[in-house]
Ligand binder design. Structure first.
Ligand code: HPA
Length: 237
């Protein structure tokens, strides 16, 4: 794999807990300076479910610092994350996918630099993102290459007034990606993201947003996530 410098890291979100063919991965608890992180590893990949193996960690309670540090400790240099998002853009419909090229963080800004003064210039790894895009663009999935991810703190969704404001500045809203991307940049790791649209954001269309719609689409979207992951790694040996 041209893009693969060592093991590839995957961070899975609300769309995928059971990808078939990955049962051969070995579960591992990694004890980091920032707390424990749980991952599953093989010769080729390190995979972390940010909401926990049982999917019970809410977005604002995720220990992002332990998670990203664990990848570095395991020798991963490139992380591809999957996130469930709402769309601010009518052309980016539920079940479509965005590979964002930048982000805005309105939530908590996590850092490793609490006790020394160190600044970084944040951003996604656009070269790594392009390499991933080339590998998956022929899949039968509606994929948009450029766009802005706006992060809120969660766990609540956004008010209609917030969405009216956000839609002038971004394409999707989620609760986790910007935190991970910033921490990865602080550690010098490459980070790119696949944002899976589960719903139009609150008030963007006349149809009222329900949690049921969002959850239902999250489940349906798991198939797309599975297709992408299988296209990027050899799952059967
Ligand atoms: N807002 C924020 N996060 C989300 C949404 C949303 O509408 N849908 C899925 N994750």
């Amino acid at each position: 794999m041209g893009y693969n410098k060592g093991k590839l890291g995957f961070i899975m979100g609300s769309n995928a807990f059971n990808i078939s063919g990955l049962d051969t991965l070995t579960g591992k608890a990694v004890d980091t300076d920032c707390g424990e992180a749980h991952v599953r590893v093989s010769d080729d990949i390190v995979l972390l479910s940010r909401h926990g193996e049982r999917g019970n960690i809410p977005p604002h309670m995720i220990n992002h610092r332990a998670n990203i540090l664990a990848f570095q400790m395991l020798g991963v240099k490139q992380i591809l994350s999957f996130t469930s998002v709402g769309s601010l853009n009518l052309e980016l419909e539920p079940m479509h996918i965005l590979m964002p090229d930048d982000y805005i963080n309105l939530g908590r800004i996590w850092t490793y630099f609490d006790v020394k003064i160190k600044h970084i210039v944040p951003g996604l790894d656009l070269g790594f993102r392009e390499q991933i895009y080339k590998r998956i663009k022929s899949l039968p999935i509606k994929l948009k290459f450029n766009g802005i991810y706006i992060q809120t703190r969660g766990p609540r969704l956004e008010t209609k007034a917030e969405i009216q404001m956000f839609k002038n500045f971004g394409d999707v809203v989620g609760m986790t990606m910007a935190s991970e991307a910033t921490l990865a940049a602080e550690l010098g790791l490459s980070y790119a993201n696949i944002s899976i649209v589960d719903n139009y954001c609150n008030g963007l269309t006349e149809r009222p947003l329900t949690i049921q719609t969002m959850k239902g689409n999250q489940e349906k979207n798991s198939e797309n996530v599975e297709q992408i992951v299988k296209n990027l790694i050899p799952v059967e040996k």
